[in-house]
Each structure stands twice: as structure tokens, then as C-alpha cells.
Design a protein around this ligand. Structure first.
Ligand code: SAM
Length: 307
């Protein structure tokens, strides 16, 4: 059974990941062309598709004209979770993108799309969450036109970097927990959080051509300028969201780390340390200016062409 995600938490998480450097990395390599029919299985709330739509249909000065010039619903998202699809379509509407994006409930292993119809099938953090990534890629190949493109953007959490200058012990505990969590995630959800560099070999198995692999390291320095406005005051709504997001994250961590064999005392220590850090931040968000913690996550982007 794949992991379940809350729409609000997925949105919040994606806002953190899709900083300018990450978005440029994606657009530099996925090869968008005007008018393409694009399909994203495992689209969640459609965060990536909304970025793509804004890029494709230049929602600036020429927005209305460019939207009219193109056919409707050229961007299709498919997800197994009806709640995510429902909230995703609300976000699409709110951002004025309903004429180009349509999110539907469906299964990546059996998409209700005609064979050879899409110019591009793209997935983002889907293959790492499912038990049969090769079967999913085969289905993405089926719906893609000859000469069309497949793109998979996937992590390799085994290479994550963690450094917490205020506690060497916490740094070591988190590094250890991260290594164990790959095994725990596989046992609990059947996904492979280190699938990123393995995707090209899966693409080859499906007969794709011209396979390319690109990488990006998403680095976060807590006090750094990558955060939009470090230390700005948080609204009550934002505080509630941060608390809810972390509560869910810690529940998941507990489940995965205990299955992976990390002792309960160590799991408690990690979560207590993290929870204190969050409370310090919620008391006064300026405190982030004095935190030089570093986390870094490698992301792999694989592209291939259908013969
Ligand atoms: C980590 S989320 C990624 C969501 C989105 N691509 C993003 O990056 O924001 C993984 C998504 O895959 C969906 N999913 C899992 N199994 C699926 C399946 N068999 N078919 C379609 N979607 C699936 C989940 O519901 C979830 O929305």
C-alpha cells in the first residue's frame, strides 16, 4: 500500500522544494514545447503541473491570447487518491488554470488514456512511492506518442546530507535514522527512496532511446537566503500548518524507523530535538537567523524518447 498524503501538507512541502533553483533545473531538462499534450501520473495536488501550465501558457501579458490559441486541457494529471485530485482541481481553479489542466482519479498501472496519445509523460516523486516502478514506466511508454518524451524526477535519500552544528549527537542520530529509513520505507510502503539513479536502467528495459540523466542537489541552510524571508513573522494559520505538518511527519517517522529497527529511545530523542527546534521557531521566528543547520537532498531527472 503506497503512503497516503494530506493535500495541505503536500502543497506545503512542495512550496519548500520548488525554489527557483529547483524549478529552473526542471525546466532546463524536461524539454517543454508549445502545445504539447502532457500527462503526469501520481500528480498529487498538481503542483508541478501548475508550474508547467504557467510556463507553457505564459500567464503574463499574453496570457488570455496564448490560452485561446491552444486546445483545452492539454495538461492531464492522474492520481489514485480522490481527495488529492479534488483539492488539486480546487487549486487549479483558484490559480485560473482550469482551461488547460484537468486532474482525474486513476491508476498509473492502467491509465484510461489512448495509446500513443501524449507528447510527454512525466512523473515527479511517484516511482519512489510504488511497488512496481517498471510496470508504471511501461504504462507511461504506452500512452506516449512515438518520438515523445518520458521524464522521471526521483530522489536518492541514501545520499542525503544532514549537519546540525548545535549537536554532534543529533547529527549522527539523524544520519543513522536516514540510512535505516530507506529499508523501513520499503517494508512499510513498498517504495524505494533511493530509486533516483536506478531509473535509467528501468528506462532501458522498456526500450526507450536517447536516455539522459541529470542531477540537482537541493540544499537548505536554515538561516540562509534560499528561504524566502528567513525570520519573518508567521501568521497563526502558518503556525497551525507547520504544527500539523510536523505531527504527521513524526507519526510517519516513528512507524518507519521502528520497523527498520531503530530503538524507541533514539526515535524519541530525534523527535524531541526536532520538536524543541520547531517550538523555538514558533515562539519567535527570528530565531531561524541563528541556525546554521544544513540539509541537502539529491534529485535525479531521467529523460528518454519513445522509438
Ligand atoms: C509523493 S506524492 C507526489 C505527488 C506529486 N507528483 C508531487 O510531487 O507533488 C506520490 C503520489 O503518487 C500517488 N500514487 C501512489 N500510487 C499511485 C498509483 N498506483 N497510481 C496513481 N497515483 C499513485 C499518491 O496518491 C501521491 O499523490
Amino acid at each position: 500500500m503506497p503512503q497516503k498524503f494530506e493535500a495541505e501538507h503536500l502543497e506545503f512541502d512542495r512550496m519548500g522544494i520548488f525554489r527557483e533553483d529547483y524549478t529552473s533545473f526542471l525546466f532546463d531538462h524536461i524539454g517543454l514545447e508549445p502545445g504539447m499534450l502532457i500527462v503526469e501520473p501520481g500528480c498529487g495536488t498538481g503542483f508541478l503541473l501548475r508550474k508547467i501550465a504557467k510556463k507553457q501558457y505564459s500567464f503574463g501579458l499574453l496570457s488570455r491570447m496564448s490560452r485561446k490559441l491552444h486546445k483545452k486541457n492539454r495538461i492531464i494529471g492522474i492520481d489514485i487518491d480522490p481527495k488529492l485530485v479534488h483539492f488539486g482541481n480546487e487549486y487549479v481553479k483558484f490559480e485560473g488554470l482550469s482551461s488547460v489542466i484537468d486532474l482525474k482519479v486513476g491508476d498509473v498501472y492502467n491509465m484510461s488514456l489512448v495509446s500513443n496519445s501524449a507528447d510527454m509523460a512525466i512523473c515527479h516523486m511517484l516511482l519512489c512511492n510504488i511497488e512496481e516502478p517498471l510496470r508504471a514506466i511501461k504504462e507511461m511508454v504506452r500512452v506516449t506518442k512515438k518520438g515523445g518524451t518520458l521524464v522521471a524526477v526521483e530522489p536518492d535519500n541514501s545520499q542525503n546530507i544532514y549537519y546540525y552544528p548545535k549537536s554532534e549527537r543529533y547529527t549522527r542520530l539523524v544520519q543513522k535514522a536516514n540510512k535505516f529509513s530507506i529499508d523501513g520505507y520499503k517494508k512499510v510502503y513498498g517504495g524505494d527512496l533511493s530509486i533516483g539513479p536506478k531509473v535509467p536502467s528501468l528506462f532501458l528495459k522498456t526500450g526507450l532511446n536517447d536516455i539522459q540523466l541529470y542531477g540537482h542537489l537541493s540544499i537548505v541552510l536554515s538561516c540562509g537566503s534560499q528561504l524566502k524571508s528567513p525570520g519573518r513573522l508567521l501568521t497563526t494559520k502558518e503556525k497551525e500548518l507547520i504544527l500539523g505538518y510536523n505531527k504527521k511527519k513524526w507519526e510517519e517517522e516513528r512507524k518507519i524507523l521502528s520497523v527498520a529497527g531503530i530503538p524507541k529511545t533514539e526515535i524519541d530523542e530525534i523527535i524531541n530535538y526536532e520538536s524543541k527546534g520547531i517550538n523555538v521557531l514558533l515562539e519567535d521566528s527570528q530565531n531561524i537567523r541563528y541556525d546554521a543547520s544544513v540539509t541537502a537532498f539529491p534529485i535525479y531527472l531521467t529523460t528518454g524518447k519513445k522509438k
